[in-house]
Design a protein around this ligand. Structure first.
Ligand code: ADP
Ligand code: MG
Length: 230
């Protein structure tokens, strides 16, 4: 269970507040205007920004003293966090071990994760020699391997065309299900939220609102969401 207990996160003069709980395995979209604090919230949960007040807890344990790498979190950014000088297999293996000292069992797990995400035969390629969709698959293969309890996506597929994006989001849902992950996903697209995330949090006016049923929120949006959706 992820708990944001009166948590506030600051960036310069900006403050974002959240006060709610998510059961394990829940899927939530974060939606709201540019600059409203969606990335700030994810960075706060991921440990890149400390809570100025309140607490972030996982299963009742305060995460304040855990650095990002020690948190029960995998975060996918827009650039997919791929290292250009490393092969596909090594980029994925980083999910298990930052120094890439992989046991035979680890190597097998990397291969299995590549097969699962449709990357067979691409182990030795560099990210630059992959398509955008394949790069997304590498990031998801690494997330699958890490199998952390919280999976966070900050618009990772917004550069892809609609068909490829839909394919990636289907894979995200499968990775989240297979790892029983709690999913938080920033999106600009209400259709993505309807398809993938039963819950939605509106981020606006300095608050990430308590998540509500996506369909109900989109069918009868409060003023801030209505303004955003246009
Ligand atoms: P979103 O992801 O919803 O577009 P962000 O969380 O990136 O919004 O940004 C929220 C607010 O925080 C922005 O309005 C911006 O002014 C402020 N902000 C973001 N990053 C920084 C920073 N590094 N230093 C100061 N202020 C920042
Ligand atoms: Mg952002």
């Amino acid at each position: 269970m992820l708990t944001l207990e009166g948590a506030t996160f600051r960036q310069g003069d900006f403050t974002l507040t959240a006060d709610w709980t998510l059961e394990r395995g829940t899927r939530v979209a974060l939606i709201g205007p540019s600059g409203a604090g969606k990335s700030t919230l994810l960075q706060g949960i991921g440990g890149y920004i400390p809570a100025a007040t309140g607490r972030v807890l996982w299963d009742g344990h305060d995460l304040a003293l855990l650095s990002p790498g020690k948190r029960p979190v995998t975060m996918l950014f827009q650039d997919q966090n791929l290292f250009p000088h490393m092969s596909v297999a090594d980029n994925i293996g980083l999910g298990l071990s930052p120094d890439l000292r992989l046991s035979a069992g680890d190597q097998t797990a990397v291969e299995r994760s590549m097969a699962r995400t449709g990357l067979d035969g691409l182990a030795k390629r560099r990210p630059a020699d992959l398509s955008g969709g394949q790069q997304g698959r590498v990031a998801l293969a690494r997330a699958l391997l890490r199998a952390r309890p919280i999976l966070m996506l900050d618009e990772p597929f917004s550069a892809l065309g609609p068909g490829l994006k839909a394919e990636m989001l289907t894979l995200v849902a499968e990775v989240a299900r297979e790892t029983s992950a709690t999913l938080l996903m920033v999106t600009h697209d209400p259709h993505d939220a309807r398809a993938l995330t039963p819950l939605m949090s509106l981020v606006a006016n300095g608050t990430a609102a308590r998540p509500e049923a996506t369909g109900m929120l989109l069918d009868d949006p409060p003023p801030a969401l209505r303004d955003y959706l246009g």
